[in-house]
Design a protein. Sequence first.
Length: 256
Amino acid sequence: MKIATSILNSSDRIESVINLNRTNTSYIHVDVMDGKFVDDNQFSVKEIKAVNLVTKYPMDVHLMVNDPLKYIEELSNLNISYVTFHLEIKKDKKKIISKIKELGYKVGISIKPDTDLGELVPYFSDIDMVLVMSVEPGKGGQKFLANTVKRIKELKRMIVASGYNIEIEVDGGINEDNIVKLNDVDIAVVGSYIVKSDNYYRQIENLLRTFNSNKTGKKNEFNILYKLLLGIGILLFILMIGLVLFKKMCYGYFYR
């Protein structure tokens, strides 16, 4: 599990990035909004370039816009790992994917909570990541939608069946209480839980420790169950051997 820290709700985004440089976050998550695809209008290209000047971590750029190419063409030569656009837009997605790859960035496609997962399948061969929205896109501070866990499990099944190496990222309402439910997730986008606190390092460590402890606990439970079943199997095998030997002894006794 990696953490991508969203600075959308930071009171001072540049200061937040400087603080995040002293943490174990993996990415700086940047939410770009055009006021059309979603109601809000956030993060200009100029602001992204300002973040680029101070961050030591790569950016994870989420384009909540109707016309991604308008923004992508201005994002060359920046410290960016992923550029993600929305499946729901009415644009040539293959062209958008091609442009992102041309700039040397990984490609992500994001889906809203109600979007059919099956609509992603035609793009599996071209993308590196799927960003599953666990809230309605456009506003920070929302609560994690419970049905997201089921959607993630189904998406993971689809990806494994396809044979493609595609990461799963989740964004919206994630905190230390629900991160334990995200076992099939590669990257968790976390905003308010981190940037609204007075200690970014502590919050990120809490998330990672909680997630890893849960995975370790489940692994230990599996190991205990495995050892128990193995022990039962060995016991049954010994009993069967004993029964066979007993029958042979009885046969020899009565028919000698």
